[in-house]
Design a protein around this ligand. Structure first.
Ligand SMILES: Cc1cc2nc3c(=O)[nH]c(=O)nc-3n(C[C@H](O)[C@H](O)[C@H](O)COP(=O)(O)OP(=O)(O)OC[C@H]3O[C@@H](n4cnc5c(N)ncnc54)[C@H](O)[C@@H]3O)c2cc1C
Length: 392
């Protein structure tokens, strides 16, 4: 009988699965290594599949998120000189009844956390080990404390300690590019409400600007790099972006200059090898710990929300933990593997083109072609309907 679940990690996936389980009457407690909610991202895009999962987990939550974020209607692709290459209308709402919603990370994480009572999240607990037997799982933390539970969910992100203990498949895989991201209150004539601007260079560099609501703009810079090392300080990271994107049309240089160095998040782009199983006994994985993917399609968090809903359904309705985890893996592994592969493929297409000196001219064709072959995939990914267990 499942009474107590320990979730390690108060990231987007950990918070979502805690909400889902507690709504099923299961005592789910989160243990998080940081001292408070820390915003490790700047902003992200939510898509119809992730929004549908969230709305099923906590009815009304998506309405709150829509009020905080920006529903995207237009994407403009420009050369690094600023010249417009192509304008695309985003019609997800017409096709899937949910928008592409861009939102600040802090808003999303705080909205999820506010759906839980504060006593559910235990800060300053870094998991260092666990042991399990037929009666339960004991979880050990760096502060010397230990807790017992019927089930342990590893929602501890791409560098998951639980995955390392459970599977031991090493570190995340570096995908060959570095990213820098920030959110800032900013205005510029090219930055329209409900819009995204993607500026692209000939050498694998890309600079994106998104409206994320409430007057905030997200900017993200990406560049191919053999060097995976992080800058020694925040100001060096800022200098690195300015150097890499020198000469690009505004607002690139101005928005980076206007951003406080400490707000810039520098991170190598990594993913994880695909797994054929991610549970053992009373321990399972969720979100990036299970299936971290490249951000090319913005699906990592969306997939974590799908995981959260389905795992909660199986745990609430299957007769045993073993049966629930088998059903969870059965339902999630194939879908997340396809998403991981598609993200890597999309990145490869973009990268191959970017080595071409004429890639700025080729880009409209690439986008058009990608969208033709992409539409079936979009139907498959966005038409996700969170089912009740009786329908699964
Ligand atoms: C550049 C970039 C852009 C992205 N854009 C998008 C996007 O637009 N849309 C989208 O859906 N996804 C996007 N993603 C992916 C998304 O950020 C992740 O998939 C998502 O955050 C994963 O959530 P998670 O809960 O699994 O892990 P995380 O959010 O990483 O949370 C893990 C939590 O576990 C805690 N933790 C770690 N180890 C321990 C331990 N030992 N003990 C206790 N606590 C621990 C951490 O402190 C953290 O709070 C992007 C990723 C990147 C890098």
């Amino acid at each position: 009988m499942l009474k107590k679940v320990v979730i390690v990690g108060a990231g987007l996936g950990g918070l979502a699965v805690a909400i889902a389980l507690r709504r099923q009457g299961i005592d789910a407690q989160i243990y998080e290594k940081t001292r408070k909610i820390r915003h490790i991202g700047a902003a992200l895009s939510l898509f119809p599949n992730g929004l549908n999962a969230l709305e099923t987990i906590a009815p009304g939550l998506v309405v709150s998120l829509k009020a905080l974020g920006s529903q995207i209607h237009d994407i403009n692709v420009r050369k690094s000189s600023g010249e417009l290459i192509v304008h695309n209308r985003v019609n997800l709402i017409e096709r899937y009844n949910q928008p592409m919603l861009n939102i600040r990370w802090s808003c999303l994480r705080e909205t999820l956390a506010s759906a839980l009572t504060p006593d559910v999240i235990h800060f300053n607990y870094e998991l260092v080990n666990f042991q399990q037997n037929d009666n339960g799982v004991k979880i050990y933390f760096d502060n010397g404390e230990a807790v017992k539970a019927d089930l342990l969910i590893g929602a501890d992100g791409i560098n998951s300690t639980i995955r390392q203990i459970l599977i031991g498949d090493g570190s995340p895989r570096y995908c060959g590019s570095m990213s820098w991201r920030a959110v800032i209150k900013y205005q510029h004539c090219l930055l329209r409400p409900n819009g995204i601007t993607i500026m692209t260079g000939t050498d694998g560099k890309v600079f994106t600007l998104w409206d994320v609501g409430s007057g905030y703009i997200f900017w993200g810079a990406g560049a191919l790099s053999a060097d995976v090392s992080l800058s020694d300080s925040a100001s060096i990271a800022k200098y690195r972006v300015l150097e890499k994107f020198a000469g690009w049309a505004n607002p690139v240089e101005d928005i980076v200059k206007a951003t406080a160095s400490k707000e810039i998040i520098e991170r190598p782009i990594c993913d994880r090898h695909q797994l054929t199983s991610w549970s053992n006994g009373r321990v399972t994985l969720l979100g990036d710990a299970a299936h971290a993917m490249m951000p090319t399609l913005g699906q990592g968090a969306n997939m974590a929300f799908e995981d959260a809903w389905e795992l909660s359904q199986f745990l609430a309705h299957e007769p045993t933990i073993k049966a629930a985890l088998a059903s969870y893996e059965n339902k999630r592994i194939y879908r997340t593997q396809v998403a991981q592969a598609r993200c890597a493929l999309q990145a490869w297409i973009q990268r191959t083109r970017s080595y071409d000196p004429n890639s700025e001219i080729f880009l409209p064709g690439v986008i058009e072609q990608a969208q033709v072959s992409h539409s079936e995939f979009e139907d498959w990914i966005y038409n996700y309907t969170p089912l009740e267990i009786s329908q699964i």
